[in-house]
Write a protein that binds this ligand. Structure first.
Ligand SMILES: *Cc1c(COP(=O)(O)O)cnc(C)c1O
Length: 386
């Protein structure tokens, strides 16, 4: 998705693209061009100090991101998947334990549960794509150790209900906040509602690194201590290794980039909300299911995802007109080959299956212009009304 169009050999490719009505799904280039001098200085500082591993930028980013999320601790790791997996390891979730999550998520949510040897227990989503709260309550068994709800597409899910079910069952809640950096509900930010929460800094995320990265945030001192040990070969003391030794550290170079991008996150998320409102206004007449308007800040629009019948045909038409789109996600997790051994029927989760057939994610990134939104919306309206 970050590949430049190979045919666009002009140095002002995105301007040229606009002139022919081309709209990229995500364009990382505009933002990187704007930040280039700052990014270069930050990276040069790390290189100059040779402060590559768990250096001062990692420490500074961890305290800045913890403060931003409104929690006590942040532990930087090498990806969002590692963040999820290490949370489960730190909480001693393993073989024989069940962890409940939703069928309509990116595979990392499920894979992290498999990685620690626990059993993923998948449930359906509701009409908006949130984990189905009633289904979660029904899925709890004496083996359940945790629930991992996903703030899918950037909107904070019904976390209060999930926390209630978990409290009644005596199990933990770990948020998959990999798409929801900075989203707000009441006084809290995504990541501050569960016992521990996972973030990804994959470049296309709302807060993206210049490569892979991730973080766990938590108020628990015990968990954060364990996470620091886990990510660094199980070392509390140098060359004494406990647990399952592994290397899951966040690079100083990535932390330096993340520190300066974090300062822009609220402004970028606000831009995404304005663009979402513009899409809603332009597309209101089309009889398409649109993400509904939320309280300010609750949805940070990592993705702007609509639902339509005839999705694949619409997607092809848009593509022909130069409008890039995405599908999140075309195959629900219970139909993935990697969980075949769990024996889910392919029609086990009707809502997740319907979404897999009907959702279409429209171009969305902070630098998208209202003219781009017009181009995309016009094209969608033209092809939906046929
Ligand atoms: C991106 C993502 C992850 C995994 O993040 P990586 O950094 O790519 O490992 C996990 N969960 C969700 C919902 C994501 O969107």
């Amino acid at each position: 998705m970050k590949d430049r169009e190979s045919s666009s050999n002009t140095p002002v490719a995105h301007l040229a693209d606009h002139s022919v009505g081309r709209v990229r799904f995500v364009d990382l280039q505009i933002q990187m061009d704007a930040l280039e001098p700052e990014v270069s200085r930050a990276v040069a500082r790390v290189l100059h100090n040779c402060d590559f591993i768990l250096g001062s930028d990692v420490e500074a980013f961890e305290s800045e991101f913890a403060e931003y999320c409104g929690v006590e601790h942040c532990v930087g790791v090498d990806s969002g998947m590692s963040a999820l997996e290490l949370i489960l390891r730190a909480a001693d979730v393993g073989p024989g334990d069940e962890v409940i999550t939703q069928a309509n998520t990116f595979i990392a949510t499920v894979a992290s549960i498999q990685a620690v040897g626990a059993t993923p227990v998948l449930v359906d989503c509701d009409g908006r794509g949130d984990i189905d709260v009633a289904a979660v309550a029904d899925a709890v068994t004496p083996r359940t150790r945790a629930i991992v709800p996903v703030h899918l597409f950037g909107r904070i899910c019904d976390i209060a209900s999930i926390n209630e079910i978990a409290a009644r069952a005596g199990v933990d809640v770990f948020e998959d906040a990999a798409q929801a950096h900075g989203a707000r509900l009441g006084d809290g930010r995504a990541g501050s509602f569960g016992l521990a929460s996972a973030f990804s800094f994959y470049p296309g995320k709302n807060l993206g690194a210049a490569g892979d990265g991730g973080a766990v945030v938590t108020d628990s001192e015990i968990l954060s201590d364990r996470l620091r040990t886990l990510r660094n070969y199980g070392q509390r003391e140098k060359y004494v290794h406990i647990g399952v030794p592994m290397n899951r550290r966040l690079d100083s170079v990535q932390a330096a980039v993340l520190r300066l991008k974090l300062r822009h996150l609220d402004e970028w998320n606000a831009a995404r909300e304005v663009l979402a409102d513009a899409y809603r206004e332009r597309l209101a007449a089309a009889g398409i299911d649109l993400p509904r308007r939320e309280d300010p800040g609750r949805h940070v629009y990592h993705l702007f995802t609509i639902e339509v019948d005839g999705r694949d045909r619409l997607r092809n038409e848009l593509s022909r007109e130069g409008v890039e789109t995405g599908i999140h996600y075309p195959v629900p997790c219970h139909q993935q080959p990697c969980v075949a051994h769990l024996g889910y029927r392919p029609d086990a989760f009707p809502m997740a299956e319907s979404r897999a057939r009907r959702t279409l994610s429209l171009p969305m990134f902070p630098e998208l212009t209202s003219r781009d939104v017009d181009v995309v919306s016009d094209a969608v309206l033209r092809h939906c009304q046929r």
